[in-house]
Design a protein. Structure first.
Length: 137
């Protein structure tokens, strides 16, 4: 299949495939004389994996490691990388939960104000309200 068809099946655009090729994530197929490059279903599956790994939060540099054969990157190294990613995601979840609690508190405070001029959500807040958003470290 040509690059356009491979891109469509993988759910990306042609430039994404070319970018992945430049980064070394996807091999560039040989171009037969006077013809177009032929992309296999394996390339489509690889690009789908790259997209899924990105959705899990892995960077392209990390994905390059994930795609290496076991002779180059051992399974234990991949497991360590995944464990680190889990820790980062859990930390982000804690941060997001803290942000949600801060916004909920601001919203509750806003609902209790008699006028918009005193509403903390409208940037008329005092320093006490800002401390709700950014708790001391």
């Amino acid at each position: 299949m040509n690059i356009g068809r491979a891109a469509k099946l993988a759910g990306v655009n042609v430039e994404t495939i070319r970018y992945h090729q430049r980064r070394g994530l996807v091999a560039v197929p040989v171009k037969p004389l006077g013809s177009h490059r032929h992309y296999s279903q394996d390339v489509v599956e690889r690009i789908r994996f790259i997209k899924q790994a990105q959705a899990w939060g892995f960077s392209l540099d990390e994905i390059i490691l994930l795609l290496q054969p076991p002779q180059v990157v051992q399974c234990v190294q991949v497991q360590e990388l995944v464990q680190e990613k889990i820790q980062v995601l859990r930390s982000r979840m804690r941060d997001l939960s803290r942000m949600v609690r801060g916004l909920e508190s601001l919203l509750e405070e806003c609902r209790g104000q008699p006028s918009c001029a005193q509403c903390p959500l409208r940037a008329y807040a005092c320093c006490r309200t800002l401390n709700i958003l950014v708790p001391p470290a």
